[in-house]
Write a protein that binds this ligand. Structure first.
Ligand SMILES: *Cc1c(COP(=O)(O)O)cnc(C)c1O
Length: 411
């Protein structure tokens, strides 16, 4: 256990060497992903459980960025668009993300924020669905930006939005449904929504499915291709560790690409961008999802950060993620006095993402104190403590230590 010795005065007491501590040590010793932790810049005396909000920095990224800035930008300057591969980076980095979300090469492009990509995907889906379909169904518990963008997309396309609990969506589908927008994992509760079943139901109704993968990509297998998902978007600064504000991605199913009518036809998506023609003509493949000049520094930091996934199986990540969240809940139950917290994260593995959300009185104050005690999670108003488990760099001893320190605060 890497605990105790670095505790500052006033911090929680060191972990007792009890049965759960021994179990944590055994689980860490058997963990084939444990060695990945060394790839990240982390502090030994801090348990970082907020990688679902901002992934940790892979240690090798600063050296790569030093080269990008001093050589590619500083010395090659404009030549880098060609010679350093800047121009094609959105598709190239998309192909690095594709295997993590079960997508084929050539179907993912990186650029813009998730919010902007939700707009492109949703309007694109509605346009493909046809004029007689006037409803967009939206996950009622969605991350707010998706809901705001859906309202605007509906107004612009002459549709109306209906917000429903994800589980109620299949029964609400019909000949009026144009498109359905759902978060794969609920950011507040950590609930994993049923992507295969919902997508199949959406298709049976003749509509299109748009999934937001912000809290699933890099944490669990998504299977976009296997489940025939039409459009998907996601951010790269959470489980993919791309850095603050790193660009998001857009997935368009291969057989939709030629008909994808983007609502943001910027010059980067033109079939001949440097032709500088007055009339728009859409480019082919994933590049059609581009808009304007890519954010090269962030994009290349993301590209470098993705090296940590080399040789990693997303199935192994999922097994460890479930084991971590199970073990954390076991420790919370064992240490935290009864009644102080209630888990709002579903118990069944098939319904759980990679976080644990605990309802707790004065959650904001509790999280502030917990962070001061060296356990970094976050708080979602009004009363939820969120703990994100990123299997590449969080271990079982971390989960144990987090529960012990939470218990010390709540006792
Ligand atoms: C984090 C998150 C976003 C963030 O969108 P940005 O445009 O990157 O700010 C969107 N949707 C979901 C579901 C998220 O979890």
């Amino acid at each position: 256990m890497k605990t105790g010795s670095s505790a500052a005065p006033g911090r929680a007491t060191p972990t007792p060497p009890d049965a759960l501590a021994r179990k944590a040590a055994a689980l860490d010793a058997a963990d084939e992903l444990a060695r990945h932790r060394d790839l990240f810049a982390l502090d030994d005396d801090v348990v970082y459980l907020d990688g679902n909000s901002l992934g940790a920095l892979p240690r090798h990224v600063p050296a790569r960025m030093q080269d990008v800035i001093t050589r590619e930008w500083g010395r090659l300057r404009i030549r880098s668009w060609e010679e350093s591969g800047w121009w094609t980076a959105p598709e190239r980095v998309g192909d690095r993300i594709a295997p993590l979300i079960g997508a084929d090469p050539g179907t993912v492009v990186v650029g813009d924020s998730t919010s902007v990509n939700v707009f492109k995907a949703l309007v694109g889906a509605v346009r493909l669905a046809g004029d007689d379909r006037d409803e967009i169904l939206v996950d009622a518990s969605t991350f707010p930006t998706d809901g705001y963008v859906a309202e605007s997309a509906a107004r612009m396309t002459g549709r109306r939005v209906r917000a429903l609990a994800p589980a109620d969506i299949p029964a609400a589908l019909g000949p009026r449904t144009a498109a359905v927008l759902v978060n794969h994992v609920d950011y507040r509760t950590g609930r994993l929504n049923d992507l295969p079943g919902t997508t199949a139901a959406v298709h049976a109704a003749g509509a299109l499915a748009v999934w937001d993968l912000c809290h699933s990509a890099g944490a669990l297998p998504v299977g976009l291709g296997a489940h025939g998902v039409d459009f998907a978007v996601g951010c790269t600064y959470k489980y993919l560790n791309g850095g603050p504000g790193s660009p998001a991605y857009l997935y368009v199913r291969a057989d939709h690409q030629d008909r994808f009518d983007t609502p943001l036809p910027g010059w980067n998506s033109h079939e001949d961008p440097f032709g500088m023609r007055a009339a728009y003509a859409p480019g082919k493949g994933a590049a059609r999802g581009r808009v304007g000049t890519p954010d090269i520094l962030s994009l290349l930091a993301l590209e470098s950060a993705l090296d940590v996934w080399d040789g990693v199986s997303i199935e192994a990540v999922r097994s460890k993620s479930l084991a971590l969240t199970d073990f954390f809940l076991e420790c919370v139950t064992a240490y935290v006095p009864a009644g102080r917290v209630t888990s709002v994260t579903p118990e069944p593995a098939a319904e759980r993402g990679s976080q644990v959300s605990l309802r707790c009185e004065n959650a904001g104050d509790v999280m502030r104190a917990l962070i001061a005690a060296g356990v970094v999670g976050d708080h979602r108003r009004p009363d939820v403590l969120r703990f994100g488990f990123t299997p590449l760099y969080v271990g079982f001893a971390d989960a144990h230590r987090a529960a012990v320190r939470l218990a010390a605060l709540l006792s």
